[in-house]
Write a protein that binds this ligand. Structure first.
Ligand SMILES: Cc1ncc(COP(=O)(O)O)c(C=O)c1O
Length: 317
């Protein structure tokens, strides 16, 4: 990136820590105890690194526990009780990350909780890192409101403010293209078996659970978005579960409504799949990774990377 990083990890590995210091202008520790363990190394390091602690404001709009860093007992960050004796010497910043695909209004509510728990420490710090989960590229996101919330916070506490947007950068980009390999029917339930795997390629669809938008690209006829959830008593709609190709029984999405019957060879395009998809793929069951391609504006498809058996084998032995 051409500059040093603002680094956070739930727990730094002792054998990586020297190298991490070389790459970091800021280091956020997940606990006071961890900071105290690494502090002698940071202080002995030739260059100044600004240290902070992750806090848990115990407030989050995220209801799914898997994605809620503020859930009771969360291992992510310290609750206010950890600072009963004030801030440890040398700490210059505080960090929280409790948003997920959230609005500026969610941030505003989170800041109120953060101030309630940690406000007494803010006069002593130089910076506050408000983590990620700010979906500022989504249609309708009130960026003017975000700016005013951040300005007010900065002015009130005299701190630098950092944000770590991740998915906002890749929002509504990147599709995963699958091909229908078979249509399976079991006592009235039809499943389109595809050449992808939800557990292997899109684990969030099972974990969150998150329903991807799917577009049907038939071999003949129009490209049509599917309807989800299927309309009640939908006339002329075809219902299909979408099945993955792994052995996991739950490797499927419940029914989507299609405007026409699916045929083997049709394409199903999973929309907006780049964030939390490419980085989370596994080679579970030996299911092949999709190729990574770039579709240029002139229609050319460039293949950047293809995966095969060797990639699977080389990870294992
Ligand atoms: C500490 C931290 N910062 C930033 C992010 C990026 O969040 P998002 O991609 O939702 O903006 C994450 C994601 O989990 C995170 O844990």
């Amino acid at each position: 990136m051409g500059c040093k990083a603002h680094t956070y990890c739930v727990a730094y590995l002792p054998d990586e820590f020297e190298e991490i210091m070389r790459y970091s202008s800021h280091l956020v520790f997940n606990s006071v105890a961890q900071y105290e363990r690494f502090r002698p190394q940071v202080e002995a390091f030739g260059e100044k690194i600004s240290c902070g602690i992750r806090c848990n404001p115990e407030y989050s709009e995220v209801e799914t526990e898997l994605y809620n860093p503020a859930a009771p007992g969360s291992r992510l960050g310290e609750v206010d009780a950890a600072f009963a004796n004030g801030l440890p010497a040398g700490i210059e910043g505080l960090h929280f990350h409790t948003l997920c695909e959230s609005t500026s209004y969610d941030l505003e509510k989170t800041l109120a909780a953060f101030e309630q728990h940690f406000g007494h420490l803010l006069p002593q710090v130089k910076w506050v890192n408000m983590g990620g989960g700010h979906l500022m590229t989504k249609k309708g996101y009130d960026t003017a409101h975000l700016v005013s919330v951040l300005k007010q916070f900065k002015e009130k506490w005299g701190v630098d403010v950092l944000l770590e947007p991740g998915s906002a950068i890749a929002w509504e980009t990147g599709v995963l293209v699958s091909t229908v390999l078979d249509i399976h029917e079991s006592r009235g339930i039809r499943t389109a078996i595809t050449d992808i795997s939800f557990t292997g390629h899109m684990p969030d669809t099972l974990e969150m659970p998150y329903r991807p938008r799917i577009t049907h690209v038939p071999q003949r006829g129009e490209v049509v978005p599917t309807t989800d959830p299927p309309p009640e008593g939908g006339q002329g709609e075809w219902l299909y579960r979408i099945g993955g190709v792994s052995c996991l029984s739950g490797d499927y999405m419940r029914e989507y409504a299609f405007r026409q019957e699916l045929q083997v060879g049709d394409r199903l395009v999973f929309e907006d799949m780049i964030h939390y998809t490419m980085v989370k793929t596994t080679t579970f069951n030996g299911v092949r990774h999709p190729d990574i391609c770039i579709l240029r504006e002139n229609g050319n498809l460039e293949t950047v990377k293809q995966f095969g058996y060797e990639d699977y084998r080389n990870r294992l032995s």
